[in-house]
Design a protein. Structure first.
Length: 74
């Protein structure tokens, strides 16, 4: 019942306002593109921070480093 009231209210609001369904659709597409670009930028920034952190801390993620054993005395 709530969904019907919500959809009816949206239809009534758009029928009284100068906005059309095309405006709503293009706005949603624009919002989706903007959020997608924001996600890409955040991913790039996180990758940069990860590289800088690895270099500064001396951590070697993804690389196998063998433990150096001391030679036993003969």
């Amino acid at each position: 019942m709530f969904k019907v009231a919500l959809i009816g209210g949206l239809i009534a609001a758009f029928s009284l306002s100068p906005f059309t369904l095309g405006d709503l659709l293009s706005g949603l597409i624009g919002l989706g593109v903007a959020l997608f670009m924001l996600a890409i930028v955040i991913d790039i920034i996180a990758g940069i921070y990860e590289r800088v952190g690895r270099r500064r801390d001396g951590l070697h993620y993804g690389h196998s480093i063998r433990m150096q054993r001391t030679r036993s005395a003969p």
